[in-house]
Ligand binder design. Structure first.
Ligand SMILES: NC(=O)C1=CN([C@@H]2O[C@H](COP(=O)(O)OP(=O)(O)OC[C@H]3O[C@@H](n4cnc5c(N)ncnc54)[C@H](O)[C@@H]3O)[C@@H](O)[C@H]2O)C=CC1
Ligand SMILES: O=C(O)C(=O)Cc1ccc(O)cc1
Length: 368
């Protein structure tokens, strides 16, 4: 096996996770660069990268694969620089992990006719967390990894990149940049606008009734989890995909006006149909194990609301060496059962946890 060199620029959640997954190749040396010196040092200490570089251009020099995992406006800025001034290896493949693709692919047009090829990329997995410490080798497992080549002529580079990315265990799919931005506006970008605005609505309400925030549990937390995402990243995504977002906003406002009318007129049949239709369609969506935007695999355990039950469950999993990424309690009140939601990094871990807890406890255990 010949040695390969890869560079990762931006060593946060996504760049760090990609660097770790790429190390599975065994014959790839990973050099990293991050504008934040603390992140760069941590990436090396944590073993996320083999070598650190003093600049993005230095990291990229002589590499076979170069990935930009920076906020999308930074990626656009650096592509300009890379196409004109970087010393790229003949046949190098450049890619990115950005959540938007149209502007990035427009900028990548600068590589046309040069000695390197740019193929856009977007692993559709992640979380509201950011930073190198949140990076995980198996973040992309089972998730879709969308690729947006500039055209058919880049098919050989796409095949090489797909093969290089196979160690992430993600499922690659090729789409155009425009298709990408339309689809992600619907399933990812617009939901972030909605989540943030729901939280802002709560904040406004609590000026009058501060107790409201204490009641924001369960459903509110579920639907607004992504409002805890990094504001720089989402500012850039919103700016780059603004046309699609405006379309989504217009359609949403139309829908909300119809909902308003339905509620105002007390139209029970339509209201029932509104919720029923949403539930029926929601219930047909791909399971979490099939990837898409989900990265943790949750197991629900109905428990009596007592600290003993929580430590019993966490302790049993720890004893068996099954790693968990998060634990939360929902709808817990004294004297009734609460739900302990235990998150795992992989479906395999969750299945092991489910079997173990079913054997060792009498709690009702289920996956939703
Ligand atoms: N967070 C998520 O769930 C997902 C994010 N993405 C995309 O991946 C990219 C990275 O996102 P995250 O890893 O979540 O962000 P992050 O905030 O965890 O990491 C970004 C890193 O880039 C560094 N950086 C910023 N400007 C730089 C520059 N000019 N040169 C070098 N480093 C620079 C920052 O210091 C930071 O360490 C973004 O384009 C985002 O849209 C894609 C899929 C999922
Ligand atoms: O936390 C979540 O569910 C996300 O929404 C993660 C995410 C964020 C940005 C992407 O481009 C893809 C996935």
């Amino acid at each position: 096996m010949s040695e390969l060199k890869a560079a990762i620029i931006g060593l946060g959640l996504i760049g760090g996770s990609l660097a770790l997954a790429i190390q599975r190749h065994g014959n790839v040396t990973v050099t990293g660069f991050d504008a934040d010196p603390v992140t760069l040092r941590e990436a090396q200490t944590l073993g996320v990268i083999h070598h650190s570089a003093g600049s993005a251009a230095e990291a990229a020099e002589g590499c076979d694969y170069i990935f930009f995992a920076t906020p999308v406006n930074e990626t656009v800025r650096m592509l300009k620089e890379a196409a004109s001034g970087w010393n790229l290896k003949e046949g190098a493949i450049l890619s990115d992990t950005g959540s938007t693709k149209t502007w990035i692919m427009e900028e990548a047009g600068r590589f046309a006719g040069g000695n390197a090829v740019f193929v856009g990329g977007h692993p559709m997995a992640g979380s509201h967390k950011s930073g190198v410490r949140a990076a995980r080798e198996h973040l992309f497992e089972n998730a879709y990894y969308l690729l947006t080549p500039a055209g058919r002529k880049d098919a050989p580079a796409v095949r090489k990149l797909e093969s290089f990315l196979s160690v992430t265990k993600a499922k690659t799919a090729v789409v155009s940049a425009a298709e990408h931005d339309t689809m992600t506006a619907v399933v990812s970008h617009f939901p972030h606008v909605v989540a943030a605005s729901l939280v802002r609505r709560l904040e406004q309400e609590t000026e009058e009734m501060p107790f409201t925030r204490e009641l924001a549990a369960g459903g509110f937390r579920d639907i607004t989890r992504i409002a805890s995402s990094d504001p720089v990243m989402w500012r850039d995504i919103t700016l780059q995909n603004r046309d699609e977002l405006i379309d989504q906003l217009d359609l949403w406002i139309e829908e909300m006006n119809a909902v308003r009318e339905m509620i105002e007129s007390g139209d029970a049949e339509s209201i029932h149909e509104f919720y029923g239709g949403a539930k029926a369609y929601r219930d047909t969506l791909p399971a979490k194990s099939q990837g898409a935007l989900y990265t943790t695999f949750d197991l629900n355990v109905n428990i009596p609301d007592s600290p003993g039950a929580i430590s019993e469950i966490a302790g049993s999993l720890a004893d068996a060496g099954i790693s968990i990424t998060n634990v939360r309690i929902v709808e817990s009140r004294t004297d009734v059962f609460g739900i302990m939601v235990v998150s795992f990094q992989t479906t395999e871990d969750r299945e092991k946890g489910r079997i173990l807890l079913s054997e060792r406890t009498n709690y009702d255990i289920y996956i939703t």
